[in-house]
Design a protein around this ligand. Sequence first.
Ligand SMILES: C[S@@+](CC[C@H](N)C(=O)[O-])C[C@H]1O[C@@H](n2cnc3c(N)ncnc32)[C@H](O)[C@@H]1O
Length: 257
Amino acid sequence: MQGYERFKDLIFKKTEIDLSCYKERQMKRRIESLIKRNNFNSYEDYYNAINKDKKLYNEFINYLTINVSEFYRNPEQWEVLKNEIIPNLLKYKKKLKVWSAACSTGEEPYSLVMVLSNFFPLNEIKVLATDIDREALSKAIVGMYTAKSIERVPKEFKNKYFTTVGNSYKIIDDIKRCVEFRQHNLLKDDYPSDCDLVICRNVMIYFTEKAKELMYKKFNRALSEHGILFVGSTEQIILSHRYNFKACKTFFYKKIQ
Ligand SMILES: C[S@@+](CC[C@H](N)C(=O)[O-])C[C@H]1O[C@@H](n2cnc3c(N)ncnc32)[C@H](O)[C@@H]1O
């Protein structure tokens, strides 16, 4: 389908989402299937429609951002986080500054709070959680989840940190209070600084190599001296030393000076 270049420009002007930082083949395939599903024949017609129709626009943003998530996604890595990474960080610091980047609908930052609750009382835990997608963040703030999504939460936490509402599970306010949700675009906004742990999982896979390189550098600068970056299970960093990272465990990278 013709017209992707112009579409990317228009989307950037409208949303500040730079589609050229996302892997092109994959992104085009996804958008074109959405265009066809909505019975349009060109990028131009589709853009004109989403520009006028809020519902179509929201559908586009939602589709684009792929919000799939779950609590304790890849549980064995969360075990490493709990048993090795956090105890090691606590050798250097009494309090930890933690950032969940591209947090989607909240499963990841809430899982982090649960893991941290093994080490700190809840009123001492603060997790910054960011995502580009405002709708996902609104869902995170509501904190309502399906049984499937909380399947991997340890049993004692399921009872302690959720209440049942019909067939759903609502995260309790004491956990919610530990998380500050903020809208943030990883491609363009400033990153926080002095973080001891940054968790950014299952989003890098969508970006081009060039965009990833820039982000690794920014993550590196966002970390404190002994800080750790925790990535997704298909997102190992190739030649990580180029970005001043050293793998300390699979999927965990330590900042090197
Ligand atoms: C598949 S979810 C990953 C959620 C969670 N980190 C996990 O691993 O379960 C990907 C998230 O990345 C977000 N995202 C995509 N592009 C982004 C960007 N440029 N800046 C920040 N977040 C972005 C999407 O909105 C989506 O919520």
